[in-house]
Design a protein around this ligand. Structure first.
Ligand code: SAM
Length: 231
């Protein structure tokens, strides 16, 4: 399957294994991943955030229940909310989720904003688990005709080492542990290059609770606009 489907499947497999109740997808774009996640009955609150409200609006009504779901409601209702806002701003309605997904999002931020994003995500939102995927620049020479960056809107593309440095620093600052993996395998003779899409899976470090940095202002900040709400 194409790489984007492999990334969504990675998240779906994680959700099947860990059964989170509250999930937020940062940079949800046209809600493709949310549309897959809404069928997982363990989820009670599913939230999407994006800076581009026009792309979110394109297909957001497809998140609405099917008529048969009104006729035979599930035991546990599912709430879906879409917010227009930036992932570099604090929004208390995205705090303390079981899982935050950031699929091909971070490389669209200005490098200067990455630190602020990390603080908002790990120091303010305080999720139990986070999945971050981003292109692996080390893989680009294997992609025929690949320009400097894979997409015109990418502000940077990290090598395996760049990504791991960022992730390990975030873990040190905010008390998380990370596991590195990915989707899109390199050919067997080039395995050291790593995956085409590199993925970090973060969990709160059970041995370090209370000893890590928390965002300065923990107040109930609201910076996003609710675009869509359905139960
Ligand atoms: N996660 C989706 C997927 O995997 O199909 C879409 C990824 S798309 C390449 C990147 C998305 O990030 C875009 O929809 C863009 O609008 C959004 N984005 C970029 N900067 C953002 C920011 N500061 N806050 C929220 N969303 C942002």
């Amino acid at each position: 399957p194409p790489l984007y489907k492999q990334r969504y499947q990675f998240v779906v497999d994680f959700v099947k294994r860990h059964k989170p109740k509250k999930v937020v997808d940062l940079g949800c774009a046209d809600c493709s991943l949310l549309r897959k996640l809404k069928f997982h009955r363990n989820i009670e609150l599913l939230v999407g955030v994006d800076l581009d409200n026009s792309v979110m609006k394109q297909k957001m009504y497809t998140l609405a229940p099917f008529p048969c779901e009104y006729l035979k409601p599930a035991d546990q209702p599912l709430t879906i909310e879409l917010y227009h806002g930036s992932v570099t701003e604090k929004e208390s309605r995205t705090k303390c989720f079981d899982l935050v997904t950031c699929i091909e999002l971070i490389e669209h931020l200005l490098l200067a904003d990455v630190e602020r994003f990390s603080e908002v995500l790990f120091g303010y939102m305080l999720p139990n688990a986070v999945i971050v995927s981003t292109p692996n620049a080390d893989f680009n020479p294997l992609l025929p005709g690949c320009p400097a960056f894979r997409h015109i809107d990418h502000k940077f593309e990290w090598t395996k080492a760049d990504f791991q440095n960022w992730a390990l620093e975030v873990c040190r600052l905010y008390g998380y542990v990370v596991e590195f993996t990915g989707v899109g395998k390199a050919p067997s003779n080039e395995e050291s290059i790593g995956f085409c899409s590199q993925i970090g899976v973060f969990h709160k470090d059970p041995y370090r609770s209370g000893t890590f940095v928390r965002s300065e202002s923990m107040e109930n900040t609201s910076s996003h606009t609710l675009l869509y709400h359905v139960v």
